[in-house]
Design a protein around this ligand. Sequence first.
Ligand code: SF4
Length: 370
Amino acid sequence: MRIAWPHMGSLEFVLGSVFEELGLDYVLPPPNSQRTLELGARFGPEFACFPLKTTLGNFIEALEAGADTLIMVAGRGPCRFGYYAETQRRILSEAGYEFEMVPLEFEPSRIPLTIKRLKRLKQGRPWASLYRAIKFALHKAHLIDRLEQQALHQRWLDRDKGATTEALKRCYRLVWEAGSYQELARAEEEAFALLCSVPQVEREEIRIGIVGEFYLVLEPYFNLNVEEQLGDLGAYVERNIYLTDWLRPSGERPVLGHHEHASERLAAPYLSHKVGGEGVFSVGDTILFQHLGFDGVVQLMPFTCMPETIAKSILPQVSQHLGIPVLSLVIDELTGMAGVATRLEAFADLARFRRRTCSDQRGLAPQPAF
Ligand code: SF4
């Protein structure tokens, strides 16, 4: 059994670490590329969500590299995400690939089924080893989330453009190589020291929050490195979701520091029920960012995403009521880097202008109700 899964931000550190720990064979698809996108767009239905196509491209490349078992996270709300695994299984089978698709669902009601599937995946390894491997991998992922957050908070101060990004890449390596809790503690110390050693200069601060569909928020290649671009434009950046926050069924978000329910409460005057995916959180966290004194919010929306289309139709009202600029970026296979870069540049200028003109009112901003 050669197992593979699609790329999504730092997910490869979590799953890679689990399989390494258990000594199981796995295949990492080649890094995301134009080819990944072209394969996904060629085999995927035209009006499918953008992430279905990109992850389909990953699967095809993984199968070409020798994988025979594909893992897909599934479930989470009434949107098309729950159907990805089955849709992709059918597309790939019709295209002539031979493999087994294993959907993993983390909603509480689906846990028994997921346990059954994990039993097959662990190939006779003891449950205790699997538990230990997952626990350790989640520790690694949580550390990566905090390192990424630190990078988002400091990139705008880089004296040399790209220095924080380079340091972060070295941090990933340190975390990946840690094979025990002791080594992970050392890697944590070393990685934060590395990030903090990046030379900085003083700049006028602007703060921009990122909300949107989780895959697009977490996957830098397909969101056209929005976080990095904003940082290079001089923005302190925060995103509303991190990988381990998203994996947590309890809805707690320790990295960002607030519970999903807080976001739902904030969104309630505009959107009082769940619409699938992250629709409610895109609205609630835009309000949260305004309460926290941010100067603008970028919403990342895959083309044809239902929950984010709903959020996008509400966000202009939120923006008008609260006086916070919101930029909605709709991304698909035809979106070009130059167009996004121009829009982000104009948006950063707008946020800067807002900060200068609204600085008096900032001190009066209400605090978020966590
Ligand atoms: S959240 Fe949006 S993009 Fe993601 S699966 Fe649901 S509809 Fe598709």
